[in-house]
Design a binder for this molecule. Structure first.
Ligand code: ADP
Length: 322
């Protein structure tokens, strides 16, 4: 292994910079040259390769986003696009690649491996934390902390006005942000794609706690099958018109911000492990951390299923929020 490339792909997440830093510095320690590819697979196709050294990653561990930029690449979905990407990797004599991204990025790497003989190793970067093969993906902890900070503020005003708030958080297919942040803010209920949404049940819950609490917060994952926070709030308003109801969509603030301590440390560990995995001859595996230990999951397994909700957490929330 003489020269590797690293890139970020798909949705960005806080901690990606810490991971890039660890990849670059670990490679340099092992006397491996490093190229960064800007704008994900698009940059691989358009030859956006930049040489990196230790100073290229100075002063970035605490910064959200990704210094290498990221993209969703339509061209990489085509065989012509993937052939151009391969030609550029060969042109730069790359003999190992670290991809930092979510399940789409690993699906892309898997598809690419049909024509590309250069080994790829992945680091999971997704605030949704929906990949199997790691307890915590890069950015998830920070996103949950951002939600908690925002909802604490909403709680203050909700409490002053005796209001019912529906707060929509990210999670197109997964309710992991909703569940963890909902427990953290003491939400009265959580609405997630993994569990069937029963409006009647939600109304019963709201009514049963009516006397004991003046404010109520319902966390809604954006991908819930009953619709987003506005749709669900409308249905509840029709049934409970005397509630003073408001809706807040947290949106993209969940993707940004300085990474938490946990994201910085996990990202550093995974970036470090990615280079050592390439040196050890591993390929098409995602690095993860399971029970505090580094774990290797083949891309095809990591993208096959989504991480499931912990049923103990769901049960606990139901009891604690009464
Ligand atoms: P994430 O990695 O955050 O899940 P995406 O789902 O957008 O983000 O995937 C990132 C990129 O990976 C896509 O824009 C596309 O270029 C590439 N990709 C995803 N799936 C495939 C596939 N089946 N074949 C080739 N490339 C793919």
């Amino acid at each position: 292994m003489k020269r590797i490339a690293v890139f970020t792909s798909g949705g960005d997440s806080p901690g990606m910079n810490a991971c890039i830093r660890a990849v670059v510095r670990t490679a340099i320690y092992h006397k491996i040259e490093v190229f960064g590819i800007r704008h994900g697979y698009d940059g691989m196709i358009k030859d956006e390769f930049i040489e990196m050294d230790s100073s290229s990653v100075a002063n970035i561990i605490h910064r959200g986003g990704t210094i290498l930029k990221t993209a969703r690449s339509k061209d990489f979905l085509t065989i012509e696009g993937r052939k151009s990407a391969l030609a550029n990797l060969k042109k730069h004599n790359i003999d190992g690649v670290v991809v930092i991204g979510g399940d789409g990025s690993f699906r892309g790497a898997l598809q690419f491996s049909e024509i590309c003989d250069i080994p790829f190793v992945g680091c999971p970067g997704t605030i949704d934390n929906d990949l199997i093969g790691t307890d915590f993906a890069i950015g998830y902890d920070t996103a949950v902390n951002t939600v908690i900070d925002a909802v604490d503020k909403i709680r203050d005003t909700a409490e002053s006005h005796d209001r019912l708030f529906f707060v929509e958080v990210m999670g197109r297919d997964a309710g992991l942000i909703a569940l963890r942040s909902g427990i953290g803010v003491g939400a009265e209920a959580i609405i997630m794609p993994e569990t069937k949404t029963d409006i009647e049940d939600l109304i019963k819950r709201l009514e049963s706690g009516r006397k004991s609490k003046s404010s109520k917060i319902i966390i809604v994952a954006e991908g819930d099958e009953a619709g987003g926070a506005f749709v669900i709030a409308e249905q509840v308003k029709k049934r409970l018109p005397d509630y003073d109801t408001r809706v807040t969509i947290l949106g993209h603030i969940q993707r940004g911000g300085n990474p938490s301590a946990m994201d910085r440390v996990n990202s550093s560990r995974m970036g470090f492990a990615a280079i050592e995995a390439l040196i050890a001859g591993k390929q098409n595996v995602m690095i993860g951390i399971i029970d505090k230990k580094i774990a290797y999951t083949p891309f095809q397994n990591a993208v096959k299923h989504h991480q499931r909700l912990n049923p103990d957490f769901v049960r606990m929330l139901d009891i604690l929020s009464l």
